[in-house]
Design a binder for this molecule. Structure first.
Ligand code: ADE
Length: 274
C-alpha cells in the first residue's frame, strides 16, 4: 500500500519509522511518503493560513498550498497505485473511525492524508478533491486535537496492521475487539502470562486447566462482563442468534435477558416504568 501525508509538521510523523509500521515500510509492504505543505507556498513567509471569511476566532488553511501539494501527489501516480488515492481528511467533524472503516481503507491500494492545523482547511479544497478522488473525512473520537497529525498516526497504524503480511501469526488480529468475524461489538477480556502467581495474585485457574472448551467459554463470559461494564451501549447490538444456551446463562448472571418485543438484551431487574 502507498501512503502520502501532506503536513506542515513532517517531523510529527516520525513514529511511522518505528515498530510495526516502521518494519512494514522496511519490508516494502508500505510505501510512506511525507510532503511538507510549506514547500508549496511561494511567499517569503511560507504562509499556509489566513483569517476566516465571516469572522470568528482562529485561522483557516489557505487553498493554494493544499491544491499544489495534492496536485503533486496525484501527479506522482505510479502503475501500481491506481489512478488516484483515497483522500483521508482527519477532522473532529468527520465520520467516526471504527475497525470497519479501518478494514475498508486497508482494501485501498493508495491513501493520501490531509491533516489540518488551525480551524481547518478552506472547504473548497475538499470539494475540489472530491471531484477528482474518493474523499473521506474521519474523526478519531469526540475530542479536539491541536491538529490532524496524531489522527493520521492512529489511522495508519490501525490500517497497516490489517495488511497482508504485516502481522505475524503470533500477533494475529482475528481476536481483536471489534474484529469482524468474531462476534462484533464484544470487547476482549483480561489476559495473563507467567508467572502463575505474582505478588499473591493467581492467574484464573481455568486458564491453567488445558481444557480448551472451558477456556473459550470463560473468555467469552469475561468479554460479556467487560463489554457490559465499559461499553453498555454495545450490548444493544448483541443478537439473540449469536448466543447459545451457555451464553444466555452467562448473560442472565450479568443481569441481562433477551427482550423479544424490543429485539435486544435488556437489564432483567428493570423496576422503572418507561
Ligand atoms: N483533528 C482535531 N481533532 C480531531 C479528531 N478528534 N479526529 C480527527 N482529526 C482531528
Amino acid at each position: 500500500m502507498r501512503i502520502d501525508v501532506v503536513t506542515i509538521f513532517p517531523e510529527y510523523l516520525e513514529p511511522l519509522n518505528v515498530s510495526l509500521v516502521g518494519k512494514a515500510r522496511a519490508r516494502g509492504l508500505l510505501d510512506v511518503r511525507l510532503h511538507g505543505l510549506r514547500e508549496h507556498t511561494d511567499d517569503v513567509h511560507r504562509t499556509v493560513d489566513d483569517s476566516p471569511y465571516g469572522g470568528g476566532p482562529g485561522m483557516v488553511m489557505k487553498p493554494e498550498p493544499w491544491a499544489a501539494a495534492l496536485d503533486g501527489v496525484l501527479g506522482s501516480a505510479g502503475p501500481a497505485d491506481g489512478p488516484a488515492p483515497t483522500l483521508v481528511v482527519p477532522t473532529p467533524s468527520g465520520r467516526p473511525f471504527t475497525q470497519e472503516l479501518a478494514q475498508e481503507l486497508a482494501g485501498r491500494p493508495w491513501l493520501a492524508f490531509a491533516p489540518a492545523r488551525y480551524e481547518g482547511i478552506d472547504r473548497r479544497v475538499i470539494e475540489e478533491a472530491a471531484a477528482r478522488m474518493p474523499v473521506v473525512e474521519v474523526s478519531i473520537g469526540d475530542y479536539v486535537l491541536a491538529g490532524g497529525e496524531v489522527a493520521v498516526l492512529v489511522i495508519v497504524e490501525a490500517v497497516a496492521r490489517l495488511l497482508p503480511g504485516v502481522l505475524g501469526n503470533a500477533e494475529s488480529h482475528q481476536d481483536d475487539s471489534f474484529a469482524p468475524g468474531r462476534m462484533a461489538d464484544l470487547l476482549e477480556g483480561p489476559v495473563y502470562t507467567k508467572p502463575a502467581e505474582w505478588r499473591g495474585r493467581a492467574v484464573p485457574e481455568v486458564l491453567l486447566s488445558g481444557n480448551h472448551g472451558r477456556i473459550a467459554r470463560w473468555r467469552r463470559e469475561q468479554a460479556f462482563a467487560r463489554t457490559l461494564a465499559m461499553r453498555p451501549d454495545l450490548v444493544g447490538r448483541w443478537e439473540r442468534g449469536a448466543m447459545d444456551k451457555h451464553d444466555l446463562r452467562a448473560l442472565a448472571e450479568l443481569g441481562l435477558h433477551w427482550d423479544e418485543d424490543r429485539g435486544r438484551f435488556l437489564p432483567t431487574a428493570v423496576d422503572v416504568e418507561q
